[in-house]
Design a protein around this ligand. Sequence first.
Ligand code: 5GP
Length: 178
Amino acid sequence: MNSIKIHEKDFEIFLESESINKRTRLMGIQLNVDYEKRCPIFIGVLNGSFLFMADLIKEIELDCEIDFIRVASYHGDSSTGQIKEAFGLPNNLKGRDVILVEDIVDTGLTVQYILAQLRAQEPASINVCSLLFKPAALLKPMPELTYVGFEIPNEFVVGYGLDYNGLGRNLKDIYRAI
Ligand code: 5GP
């Protein structure tokens, strides 16, 4: 299927599952090398990262732990802007090697917020592993963003965990809005 409709919006194919899977395998190989002899904890950010995390973790041959967190955003007043809150963050990360797994880094605000919470626990290391990254949308540099599947233009995408108003997470391929 080269184009689809979700709610009222049209989308066209952007990244096929074969390329996603191939790239994910390579990212897994890189992580196996970089974390050799360590026991990292992978923390996925729900909901979007669930498929990427599942496929990535199958490539990992290290001893490792897996956890998930959820971040909610609220609209604050004009002085506070958007308020974020994280749920389910493990509280025993001191001295651990943490790999934060995201579906997409857009403005980077979500990951920046989580990084601040993680740093407070003094882990040994923190790296971010995101399937997609929109460099043009990033608001401030993110040195922790070490593992990126695909750099993409500043366009809205859906599928493979990413939704449009609740739908589309189950699509095998990734589509972009047209
Ligand atoms: P950020 O805080 O980096 O701006 O955005 C992070 C979150 O916004 C992502 O985890 C994702 O939920 C959502 N998001 C950003 N860009 C897209 C996109 O192109 N498509 C979809 N479906 N969600 C996006």
